[in-house]
Design a protein around this ligand. Structure first.
Ligand code: PGA
Length: 235
């Protein structure tokens, strides 16, 4: 089974920290697929600093245009960026990424040979009402409309990230994560990650969840030593 650890720096770190960050991974040997989703302004520099896969944290589905402040898929391709996180809950909330917009982005990214990490996840309300599966299915059915899942099986990964678990220290039980991840796998037949408050300690028990292929890690990936510890504890 393929194993992934995706670092999502979000809007963190400085240029000088970027320079030292990747030094920490230079001699690392691991079978885990590591990738780093980093701020747009660092993407080009990171490609010079490391041969590890570099991801954008979002992109636009158009090539060029009058869209102040945006980064298009063409900019990612032009700079040899390896892939992109799409549908992160923070993009959904702060940048109005609807399921329909995410669907356009997913189709373009896959068609352009970018690796896609598609996020889904429910709010605390939905979770407490027991509607998680239906909510996620709706998100993913729209985000993956007209996507040939057989063709893109190796290029698309789905990350289950309950919104209420992101940055909060709260995590669903292993049984619940396993149930939801298995449901996603049975429905869409792609690898599935879990994200939300994963750290160097709880990975030791989270890694026992059978249906999970890896983890999407936010705050615990910002410090390279902590992320290395996570890698070590996941091995
Ligand atoms: P967190 O973030 O690990 O800080 O909870 C995860 C994410 O948002 O991808």
């Amino acid at each position: 089974m393929k194993k992934y650890l995706i670092a999502n720096w979000k809007c963190n770190l400085t240029k000088s920290e970027l320079l030292t960050y990747f030094k920490a991974f230079e001699t690392l040997k691991t079978d885990i697929t590591l990738s780093f989703a980093i701020p747009t302004i660092f993407l080009m520099k990171a490609k010079e600093l490391t041969s590890l896969p570099i991801l954008a944290q979002d992109m636009e589905a158009f090539k060029y245009g009058s869209h102040t402040g945006r980064t298009s898929y063409e900019h990612l391709l032009d700079n040899h960026i390896d892939g992109v996180i799409l549908g992160h809950s923070e993009q959904r909330v702060f940048n109005d990424n609807t399921n329909e917009i995410i669907n356009e982005k997913v189709k373009v990214a896959l068609n352009q040979h970018l690796k896609v990490y598609l996020c889904c996840g429910e709010s605390l309300d939905v979770y407490e009402q027991g509607d998680t599966k239906a909510f996620i299915k709706n998100q993913l059915d729209i985000a993956l409309k007209d996507v040939d899942l057989t063709q893109y099986k190796d290029q698309l990964v789905i990350a289950y990230e309950p919104i209420w678990a992101i940055g909060t220290g709260k995590i669903p039980t292993n049984e619940i994560i396993d149930e939801i991840a298995q449901y996603i796998k049975d429905t869409y037949h792609v690898d599935v990650l879990y994200g939300g408050s994963v750290n160097e300690n709880n990975i030791k028990t989270l890694k026992t969840i059978k249906s999970i292929n890896g983890f999407l890690i936010g705050s615990a990936s910002i410090n390279p030593q902590t992320f290395l510890e996570i890698i070590c504890n996941y091995n």
